[in-house]
Design a protein around this ligand. Structure first.
Ligand SMILES: Cc1cc2nc3c(=O)[nH]c(=O)nc-3n(C[C@H](O)[C@H](O)[C@H](O)COP(=O)(O)OP(=O)(O)OC[C@H]3O[C@@H](n4cnc5c(N)ncnc54)[C@H](O)[C@@H]3O)c2cc1C
Length: 467
């Protein structure tokens, strides 16, 4: 390969890298994208899309209960797991093909191979040199082995396992802090597995609004998921009837952790972190020992002309595809001489459980800790017309605002379509809307989004439909 010079080289063709490359090309750049694995990255191939597909299936299973209440008596359903996996594989290969077409259409050179930064202006791809004026690093996060005794045992797996197995494990222990494990716990439980969901944290979704987290916990417990907090795994051993996990269980009231053994067919973990040494950031003067790449609001790193986006810049609780994609567009625009920035405070956190959880901005506790005097309003979906139709008993919209000017600081939702509703809340925060603005939006009826306006009215002290 000749040493070709590009205006922009994007390293990593995943959720962030693809929009970064396309936007750079739209702005007239000569662009190359370097990808060592499957185009589409973790999100499309092993994250958002396959697990999003599974969560839709699990929602259909649950909706049969509501259907029965409505007088729709479908006979018992059977679950064909290989057929489910086949459908999502077909879908993913269709999407991957779509990405290839988009790259071709935008005249972006696809270089298949593993990239490593050689020095200023140079990327080495499997022994060949690719020269760049601007580099956008979008290599995502890589799997980390859990620090357990016996992690190489058969049965100790990460979430990729669920995409290749022909049968879901009957007894499963999901262990870790990633909120995506909560989705998977619900999916497996609805498929009939016995599920233990164990987190080292003091509570499930500990950084989210208490109102939301406690409602989700109730739903999961009612579905038979055994939730353990303050958990720690001490030893994993293989036995005839599965793997045995010796662990400290939920801390007792005294603070003493009870020793306990769990027998499971699979121990599933989800721990992903940036691999900075592997991509050679040291060769451009960046710290390879950091946990992720430091950037400013323009997505610039400390190395001139080098931008970084997505999971390689994110602590584990901020690893989201939409964050990566948005940053990709910002990085491309800056690399091509425009001025763009991203607002880390407007990151949507989302969970595709049923009911869904979606939040943006500050919780009441965080807002108080930042010195705000706050007004909080809440509209339970059980008081919303569509919420009643859908039996949204645990659903609620909570709005947190600054009391002085009414500026909206945070919105927290649990309920069907929370992931869609939160888009409106994100726009409100981006545009620095006030409670009064939100309270006067004529949302369509009957929809759950009407509760956004009602929660704002509640914070103002004049709810219309709440008792
Ligand atoms: C089980 C699970 C479920 C998830 N569900 C969701 C969800 O519902 N919603 C959501 O927003 N997020 C979800 N995520 C997170 C989401 O997958 C990531 O945040 C997102 O993929 C990050 O995008 P990225 O571009 O930074 O990295 P990626 O999408 O992982 O892309 C990085 C790309 O870089 C390539 N690469 C790596 N090193 C090199 C190299 N040296 N040279 C060339 N190429 C390289 C990789 O092969 C990969 O294709 C989920 C994650 C998991 C694990």
């Amino acid at each position: 390969m000749s040493e070709e010079m590009y205006d922009v080289v994007v390293m990593g063709g995943g959720a962030g890298g693809i929009p970064a490359a396309i936007r750079s090309a739209q702005l007239g750049g000569k662009v190359a994208i370097v990808e060592s694995g499957d185009l589409g990255g973790h999100c499309m191939n092993r994250g958002c899309i396959p697990f999003g597909h599974m969560m839709r299936a699990s929602r259909i299973i649950k909706s049969l209960t509501l259907g029965r209440e409505m007088g729709l008596n479908a006979p018992g359903i059977s679950i064909n797991y290989p057929a489910l996996i086949r459908r999502q594989e077909d879908l993913i290969s269709f999407m991957r093909q779509g990405v290839r077409t988009a790259l071709r259409k935008n005249q972006i050179k696809l270089i298949e191979g593993r990239g490593r930064i050689g020095g200023k202006g140079t990327l080495e791809v499997d022994g060949n040199k690719v020269l760049f004026k601007k580099l956008i690093i979008a290599t995502g996060a890589q799997w980390r082995k859990p620090l357990l005794s016996g992690p190489d045992l058969e049965g100790v797996v990460n979430t990729d396992f669920l995409l290749i197995t022909q049968t879901p494990p009957q007894r499963v222990l999901l262990f870790g802090e990633s909120s995506f494990l909560i989705e998977i716990a619900q999916f497996l439980a609805r498929l009939g597995s016995q599920v233990i969901l164990a987190t080292t944290e003091k509570s499930l979704l500990s950084r989210e609004s208490k109102t939301i987290a406690s409602r989700l916990r109730k739903v999961l417990r009612e579905e038979g998921i055994d939730i353990r907090t303050h958990a720690a795994i001490e030893k994993v051993t293989k036995k005839e009837d599965g793997i045995t996990v010796a662990r400290a269980g939920e801390a007792a009231a005294s603070g003493e952790a009870a020793a306990e053994e769990v027998v499971a067919d699979a121990l599933v973990t989800l721990e992903r972190a940036a691999d900075l040494a592997g991509i050679g950031v040291k060769n451009i003067g960046l710290d390879e020992a950091a946990s992720c790449l430091a950037i400013n609001e323009k997505t610039e790193t400390a190395a001139e002309g080098v931008y970084a986006i997505g999971d390689i810049t994110a602590p584990s609780d901020q690893q989201y595809s939409h964050r990566a994609a948005h940053m990709g567009i910002v990085a491309a625009e800056n690399a091509m001489g425009k001025k763009a920035s991203f607002n880390p405070g407007a990151l949507i956190r989302v969970l595709f459980t049923h009911p869904e959880v979606a939040s943006i901005g500050l919780t009441p506790k965080e807002a108080r800790a930042k010195g705000h005097e706050i007004a909080v309003g809440a509209a339970p979906l059980a008081m919303n017309a569509l919420g009643m139709i859908l039996a949204e008993n645990e659903g609620i919209v909570e709005v947190v605002a600054d009391r002085a000017y009414g500026e909206i600081l945070g919105v927290h939702i649990i309920g069907t379509a929370a992931s869609e509703m939160i888009g409106g809340a994100c726009m409100a925060i981006q545009l620095e809307a006030t409670l009064n603005d939100l309270a006067h939006i004529p949302f369509p009826h009957p929809t759950l989004s009407e509760s956004l306006a009602e929660a704002a009215r509640d914070a103002l002290g004049n709810p219309i439909y709440l008792p």
